[in-house]
Design a protein around this ligand. Sequence first.
Ligand code: THU
Length: 157
Amino acid sequence: MTDKKVEILFKEFSSPEEMPSADQKLVRAAMEAQKSSYAPYSHFNVGAAVRLEDGTIIKGSNQENAASPSGLCAERTAMFAAGANYPGVPMVSIAIAGGPSLGLCANPATPCGACRQVMAEYQKIGGKPMSVILVGADKIWKFDRVDDVLPFIFDSI
Ligand code: THU
């Protein structure tokens, strides 16, 4: 038997201004997208913004429904819109901004497992690392690839 360890590296920024300009733009787009969140049941508002390889930014927000499983997270709303409207164009980054009542959590809100799995698939078919940027009130975390938020990614092939 051997003990093994998984190490995850990520960067912490104290404000968007510390980030490269493309990341700043994506963070602001995610914060903007949060305003369109429809979350009358949870009152937890999430915005997401996906950057494609060609620089296009696609926004999404969580959309809830009285029949709760019919709603969808912000990240998947954005990624599915990107996949549907720009098929074959790699998604190279996703920023996520979430918190209660249109605010941001002090520590960044982190994506659910289903959204991480969807990120993993788009990263795989895009053939490029997709960075994941999580926006909190006091700090922003940046992971260089989906593998860093989803170790041991499921892959059927
Ligand atoms: N939510 C997201 O939009 N993204 C996540 O990764 C986790 C949760 C949404 C779903 C629901 O509308 C609300 O946050 C509370 O769970």
